[in-house]
Design a protein around this ligand. Structure first.
Ligand SMILES: Nc1ncnc2c1ncn2[C@@H]1O[C@H](COP(=O)(O)OP(=O)(O)OP(=O)(O)O)[C@@H](O)[C@H]1O
Ligand SMILES: [Mg+2]
Length: 245
């Protein structure tokens, strides 16, 4: 199999929301297939960064997707390339049943016949029992799994996963970690989280870790940063050891 190179790059990316500068002059390059983490404390700008990368919010500067300015893509085309999984799954739900919710994106991108991926994901994330339920009646962990299926069913080249581990239990986490690790062999996967344990679990697969702090990127690191107590404490991120002490 020939692997296609996937790239997503920001040049002086700045995001202002309600008059406040949330991200300032961000210059990042993600090259896929591969797995990247964006780590930062609460309010550091992780979700804002992912939303800008998915072109869901206005920004200044440039975002270059596969060599082309992201503003040149039509929305539908972009939805086929980039999948953004919301931090809070309930924000994204609007359909009356889980099945309609998961199939919505396929309709939207004109790929309704893609039943193989649909079946694969509902089975893998064990959401088959909820298909007739309203997504608003789901528990937190169930909703997270449905939300993941409802976006990634489109089999995009790039996955932007915003705190994908939130609310998941042991089984859910194992599924998620295996899924991310195997998908990142053929896709560009970017995970935003404050959770160093999740990053530590996938340390052997991670290409790079970017640390965001107060709206700027303070550096790019290898997995060794996850055990750097002093540095992580400075940027308000819980070091892995803290959980074990
Ligand atoms: N529409 C908005 N108007 C003003 N400020 C906003 C808006 N949206 C987000 N912010 C602020 O921007 C900052 C970054 O928010 P963001 O959601 O990107 O943080 P985060 O790193 O994802 O945090 P968390 O770990 O809590 O998910 C926060 O201080 C937030 O309050
Ligand atoms: Mg966030």
């Amino acid at each position: 199999m020939v692997l296609q190179v996937i790239s997503l790059e920001t040049r002086n990316l700045t995001v202002k929301l309600n008059g406040n500068i949330i991200l300032r002059n961000i210059n990042l390059k993600f090259v896929g297939p591969g797995l990247y983490f964006v780590l930062g404390r609460n309010g550091s700008g992780k979700s804002t960064l992912l939303r800008a990368l998915a072109r869901l919010i206005p920004f200044e500067g440039e975002i270059i997707l596969n060599g082309v300015d992201i503003t040149k893509y039509r929305r539908r085309e972009l939805s086929r390339i980039i999948g953004y999984v919301w931090q809070n799954p309930f924000y994204g739900f609007f359909e009356s049943t889980v099945e309609r919710e998961i199939k919505f994106i396929l309709k939207n991108i004109g790929s309704e016949e893609n039943n193989t991926r649909f079946k694969e994901l509902i089975e893998y994330f064990e959401v088959g029992d909820f298909l007739r339920r309203s997504p608003f009646t789901l528990s937190g962990g169930e909703a997270k799994r449905v939300c993941i299926c409802s976006v990634l069913v489109a089999d995009q080249q790039i996955y932007l996963l915003d705190e994908p581990e939130g609310e998941l239990d042991y089984r859910g986490l194992e599924k998620l970690v295996n899924f991310i690790e195997s998908e990142s062999k053929r896709k560009l996967v970017i995970v935003a989280t404050h959770n160093t344990l999740l990053a530590h679990k996938m340390r052997r697969t991670i290409n790079k870790i970017f640390i965001v702090h107060n709206g700027i990127v303070v550096g790019e690191f290898g997995p060794e940063v996850l055990v750097n107590k002093e540095f992580l404490a400075e940027v308000g991120i819980v070091p892995v050891y803290w959980w074990l002490e």
